[in-house]
Design a protein around this ligand. Structure first.
Ligand code: NAD
Ligand code: IPM
Ligand code: MN
Length: 359
């Protein structure tokens, strides 16, 4: 079976890590006899914005909607286009228009990587953040009033719907059912955010009724961030609203050494629309052009895409290749500087692709 994959490198290091993601996919396709057809798009980038005055062409939905998956790099060059314009004009549109309501972000301490948390070894940190991805704090409801006066007011409402919460909770509970520990933690803030968050908690209690085998707990987001650092071994599946999930999914990977390895899957579980696979990190303007960006977040996202497309064996082989190369350590593998090595993006991508081919 062939798969049509939209490739959108975007901005900054998105352009440097994307070729390594493709190289890994091509290696997996070769080994597992997969037929992957890539179509590259130059929109959803600040370059495109500079040429056209907008982030995407008007028919972007038609161009992408029929694809089997979208493989995405990163977007944003805040010195050239304000972030809220570039992001609301691209990535956040994809998530909404294609109803990618689950943002699945694994967080795992890999062999060979030193955690910044003292005494933590692989196995101590191995959980998923399941982030609500289409509503919540990321809403376009609100506005500015009395602009330019000293009575200026800005309002942005949080929007939570029963359907929106229940569907992401269901995904998280189902995921927890597949895990040996069967544990689910809900991120809340129902002590301070007094309408939406108590409602979130209510829906968690209601959903938990259908999953008596799952051990459910909850923490307010402030102490939850502390517990990520102090007790990362407590967590298995962590479900969170859009903003809380965003924060937790940078903190979690930072506890595993570097956000450069973290992948994500923006999923439309029903398969009505293409799902989108991208690293958690952004376009990293501070290191763009130096050739030192870690390509593993992009490559691991490729593995999640292969699994989503039904090729579990190929996805697993890509993750195993990453683990083997990391386990070799900075002395033997060309790891990038964020991993304590002196390798380049291309060198690390190449050894991982070789490891995928050789199995
Ligand atoms: P960032 O993730 O781009 O960078 C944060 C820090 O992590 C930087 O010091 C960077 O050098 C480092 N880093 C990130 N990825 C790395 C990698 N692969 N290897 C090594 N180091 C890496 O976050 P930021 O600086 O807040 O944002 C920069 C731009 O990216 C902004 O425009 C922001 O809006 C955008 N952004 C986009 C996405 C996305 O497309 N999904 C995600 C986050 C941020
Ligand atoms: C992410 C990013 C985006 C988000 C930004 C760039 C809008 O941080 O994918 O985590 O907040 O979702
Ligand atoms: Mn983020």
């Amino acid at each position: 079976m062939s798969h049509n994959i939209a490739v959108i490198p975007g901005d900054g290091i998105g352009n440097e890590v994307m070729p390594e993601g493709i190289r890994a996919l091509e290696a997996a396709a070769h080994r597992f006899s997969l037929d992957l057809n890539f179509t590259e798009f130059d929109f959803a980038s600040c370059d495109y914005h500079e040429r056209h005055g907008k982030m995407m062409p008007d028919d972007w939905r038609d161009q992408l909607g029929g694809m089997d998956a979208i493989f995405f790099g990163a977007v944003g060059m805040p010195d050239r286009v304000p972030d809220h314009i570039s992001l609301w004009g691209s990535l956040l549109q994809f998530r909404r228009a294609f109803d990618q309501y689950v943002n699945l972000r694994p967080c795992k301490l890999m062999p060979g990587i030193k955690s910044p948390l003292a005494g933590r070894a692989p196995g101590d940190i191995d959980f998923y953040v399941v982030r609500e991805n289409t509503e919540g704090e990321y809403s376009s409801v609100g506005g500015k009033m009395f602009e330019g006066t000293d009575r200026e007011v800005v309002i942005q409402d949080t929007v939570m719907t029963r359907t929106g919460i229940d569907r992401v909770l269901k995904f998280a509970f189902e995921l927890a059912m597949t895990r040996p520990r069967k544990k689910l933690t809900s991120a809340t803030k129902s002590n301070g955010i007094s309408i939406t968050m108590p409602y979130w908690d209510e829906r968690v209690v209601e959903m938990a009724r259908g999953y008596p085998d799952i051990n459910v707990d909850k923490f307010h987001i402030d102490i939850l961030t502390a517990n990520f650092v102090l007790h990362p071994d407590w967590f298995d599946v962590v479900v969170a609203s859009n903003l809380f999930g965003d924060i937790l999914s940078d903190l979690g990977p930072a506890c595993t050494g570097t956000i450069g390895v973290a992948p994500s899957a923006n999923i439309n579980p029903e398969g009505h629309f293409p799902s989108l696979f991208e690293p958690v990190h952004g376009s990293a303007p501070d290191i763009f052009g130096k050739g030192i960006a870690n390509p593993i977040g992009q490559i691991w996202s490729a593995a999640m895409m292969l699994e989503h497309l039904g090729h579990m064996d190929a996805g697993k082989a890509v993750v195993e290749a990453i683990e083997r190369v990391l386990a070799a350590g900075p002395g033997d593998a060309p790891l990038t500087p964020d991993l304590g090595g002196r390798g380049t993006t291309g060198e690390l991508g190449e050894v991982i692709a070789e490891a995928i081919k050789n199995g």
